[in-house]
Design a protein around this ligand. Structure first.
Ligand code: F6R
Length: 268
């Protein structure tokens, strides 16, 4: 795992978008694992701008989202399918038939989970998995005690997650209690993982996820087992990391990051 610290939320989101764009240009039929949530909104905004201003091409790209609420139809504005269409898919030249989310309205949810895994396999697996982190440390909806080898399945949302998402549903009482989510094991099979976290509220959980012991209580700690995982943070989210100076040195000095050190001279 490596941690990259950028001065603020905007530059952290830009960095993530530029990493995705670089991979997409190198591999136009990239299989991209996507996340939703507030943190990702800035990343999708930059990707849309890159498409409009630099012709970043999504025409061959395939995508698989991490999760979807059980019971919400794709047309429901609170569903993750709706979020993805609104924030990214409807604004770039992606073929929507190549965009996949679990179907939270399937009559047989277990079969839907198996089929979702099968679809990923048929596409050759995830090349680049984008991740956020929940207030209690989940990736996807892998709530506390999620097995570190878990696969796509239905998971009951923890009280912390229900609370985190209450605003989108007009109160905690209206938040669906279950979701389909890729498992921790599924996520770890992605060839590259990028976790983005911004803001002071994430500082405590990021310190645990990056520098703490691996535990099923905090599914993000499992990323320490991944051979190519980058955690991109702003200063606020990095504020409780013990080795922050070392992580800053890496971004400023390692050749891999050289092209990303020059900030692009653009208005987004
Ligand atoms: C969403 C997802 C979640 C979020 C996480 C952070 O698809 O998988 O793990 O990434 O809950 O959400 P925000 O960015 O809203 O803090």
């Amino acid at each position: 795992m490596e941690a990259i610290i950028r001065p603020d939320q905007d530059s952290a989101a830009h960095l993530v978008a530029r990493i995705i764009a670089k991979e997409l240009r190198a591999h136009p039929s990239l299989v991209l694992g996507l996340a939703t949530g507030r943190t990702m909104e800035a990343v999708y905004r930059v990707l849309v701008q890159m498409h409009q201003q630099e012709r970043l091409d999504f025409s061959l790209c395939r995508t698989f989202n991490l999760d979807e609420y059980v019971g919400l139809a794709p047309t429901d504005p609170r569903s993750y399918r709706y979020y993805m269409n609104r924030r990214l898919f409807s604004h770039v030249n992606i073929d929507k038939r190549n965009t996949h989310l679990p179907d939270g309205t399937a009559t047989d949810l277990d079969a839907e989970c198996c089929q979702y895994e099968e679809k990923m396999r048929r596409c050759g697996g995830i090349d680049l998995q984008l991740l956020g982190i929940g207030a209690a440390g989940h990736i996807g909806f892998n709530e506390p005690l999620s097995a570190l080898r878990s696969r796509t399945r239905v998971k009951a949302l923890s009280p912390a997650t229900v609370e985190q998402n209450a605003a989108f549903f007009g109160g905690a009482a209206n938040v669906p209690r279950r979701a389909i989510t890729m498992g921790v094991g599924t996520i770890l099979e992605g060839r590259r993982c990028i976790l983005l976290a911004t803001g002071e509220k994430k500082a405590g959980v990021i310190a645990k996820a990056v520098e703490g012991p691996i535990t099923a209580m905090i599914s993000a700690t499992a990323l320490q087992l991944h051979t190519r995982c980058t955690v991109v943070l702003d200063e606020a989210a990095a504020s409780q990391l013990k080795a922050a100076d070392y992580y800053r040195w890496i971004f400023e000095n390692e050749p891999e990051w050289e092209e990303f050190r020059q900030s692009p001279n653009r208005d987004y």
